[in-house]
Design a protein around this ligand. Structure first.
Ligand SMILES: Nc1nc2c(ncn2[C@@H]2O[C@H](COP(=O)(O)OP(=O)(O)OP(=O)(O)O)[C@@H](O)[C@H]2O)c(=O)[nH]1
Length: 471
């Protein structure tokens, strides 16, 4: 039996259900949910399908509470798939809140069940799908549950297409993948197990299918057709995939196979820690190092530019208030720049360093703009690109390719914390460097002074002395 009982300090396992449209993802999730409830082990449930009308389970987090799919379609003039992708993108911008909720529930649940949009490619091939998967997998051990409609995969070609898709998902997500052969109440999945473990039997199924096919599979000289030889080669590739993949047969309708399902999930969880996590950590570290290096490089260049423009940074307050004829007190300025204490010390530096980086701007009107900064001036007038504008009450979104924001309408600006830390560190380092340079210049000046300026000093002292004496 699976070890899915409540254990102290045990990270929950997140199970992301993917599968072709109609394979039974939602029904499987509903079954897993009710099975776990019956075991007194309530899971945390997340629905990421914005287009679903009715959910047959109750979700702790439902994308539909945040994004209105039909409004998104109308607003952006999109079709159904474009609407789902945009809804997912919008939801992704707030995914840190979801992670916060998961973090809070980490110690009280053993399983996090995640339902995904019907059209598999929307989740697996969109940037937001990758971001969401990556974010969850870095928070808790994650297993991809690939739901297969068993009765519909009895044809060898369909079976192989499904398996190739599963293989591509494994390759893309780099997470442990569990094949869930669903609907076993209609069709037993023993044929699939046999095909996956016995190459010859799959080859035999392929040839018998070709022989009965209405399309000639061989040419007149009995040479294998292009399609047959392609399928043979692909089945060889899949042999490697099958060797490392776990599978389980379930019926979401009857509840058959639930204990076996959780056993398999537990094994996948073990795989996550032994094989996948080290690789994920390595890739993440590599990415972080790369972005750290590029950030450092842009900050260094910025600091260099600033030095050539003058040694001391000009405060922007005076310029801005002069321009707009306003008198701004300290609080006004703080609010206007809207950053924390560190940022208040260096607003212009910060905005310069934030160029091409994601930025969140909230206006005094309550509207927010999420985008990438492409330009700013001394009055904090900003130009952003790839912008998501959100209305003050958060229920209307606009996607704008580029927008210009007047500095005096800004309430606050948010940038990534690391950027703040980095700028601060670079400024401190530069200040130190500047001080030590000035120190050594002073020392050398003093050295000169003993021969030159010192002489002048002595002259002045004598002058003052004689003047005093004269008095
Ligand atoms: N017989 C049988 N039918 C099932 C089973 N699981 C799901 N179904 C049926 O398959 C159909 C699709 O199920 P869903 O759960 O909506 O599938 P889905 O993959 O979530 O569908 P989309 O997200 O809309 O693509 C429904 O009619 C279900 O009743 C099962 O185990 N046995």
């Amino acid at each position: 039996m699976a070890t899915h009982t409540q254990t102290e300090n045990r990270q929950p396992t997140s199970i992301i259900l993917l599968g072709m449209a109609g394979s039974g993802k939602s029904t499987v999730l509903q079954r897993l949910n009710s099975y776990l409830h019956a075991q007194n082990d309530a899971p945390y449930v997340i629905n990421l399908d914005p287009a679903v009308r009715e959910l047959n389970y109750s979700a702790n987090i439902d994308i539909r509470d945040t994004v209105d799919y039909s409004k998104v379609m109308k607003q952006y003039n999109l079709g159904p798939n474009g609407g789902i992708i945009t809804s997912l993108n919008l939801f992704t911008t707030k995914f840190d809140q979801v992670l916060g909720l998961i973090e809070k529930r980490k110690n009280s649940v053993n399983n996090i069940l995640i339902d995904t949009p019907g059209q598999i490619e929307i989740f697996t091939w969109s940037a937001s799908g990758a971001i969401i998967t990556d974010a969850i997998a870095s928070e808790v051990p994650t297993v991809i549950g690939f739901v297969v409609d068993t009765p519909r995969t009895m044809a060898p070609a369909t079976f192989m297409s499904n398996m190739l898709y599963a293989c591509s998902i494994l390759y893309k997500t780099r997470l442990p993948l569990l094949l869930i052969f669903n609907k076993t109440d209609v069709q037993d999945c023993s044929f699939a197990n046999e095909w996956m473990t016995d190459f010859e039997s799959f080859q035999a199924a392929l040839s018998s299918r070709s022989a009965t096919s209405t399309h000639a599979s061989t040419n007149q000289n009995e040479e294998p057709s292009y399609m047959n030889s392609l399928m043979n080669s692909m089945s060889l590739v899949l042999e490697e995939f099958y060797a490392n993949i776990r599978s389980v047969g379930v019926s979401a309708m009857t509840g058959d196979g639930m204990p076996e399902f959780f056993d398999a999930v537990d094994k996948c969880r073990g795989d996550y820690y032994s094989d996948y996590k080290p690789e994920l950590d390595r890739l993440r570290k590599e990415r972080e190092e790369k972005s750290e290096a590029s950030k450092q490089d842009s900050i260094d260049r910025l600091m260099k530019d600033m030095k050539t423009g003058g040694e001391e940074e000009q405060p922007i307050e005076s310029d801005a208030s002069e321009e707009e004829g306003e008198t701004l007190d300290a609080q006004d300025m703080k609010e206007r720049r809207g950053m924390n204490a560190t940022a208040n010390d260096l607003p212009l530096t910060l905005l310069n360093a934030a160029q091409n980086k994601p930025l969140l701007v909230e206006l005094k009107s309550g509207e927010t703009f999420n985008g990438h900064l492409i330009a700013c001036d001394n009055y904090m007038n900003l130009t952003l690109k790839q912008v998501f504008q959100t209305s003050p009450d958060g229920d209307v979104f606009y996607k704008i390719p580029e927008c210009y924001i007047r500095g005096n309408t800004i309430k606050y600006i948010r940038v990534a914390d690391e950027l703040l830390d980095q700028i601060k560190a670079t400024q401190d380092r530069d200040r130190e460097q500047f001080k030590s340079q000035r120190g050594s210049n002073d020392r050398s000046d003093r050295g000169r002074g003993r021969g030159g300026r010192g002489g002048r000093g002595r002259g002045r002292a004598r002058g003052r002395g004689s003047h005093n004496n004269n008095q």
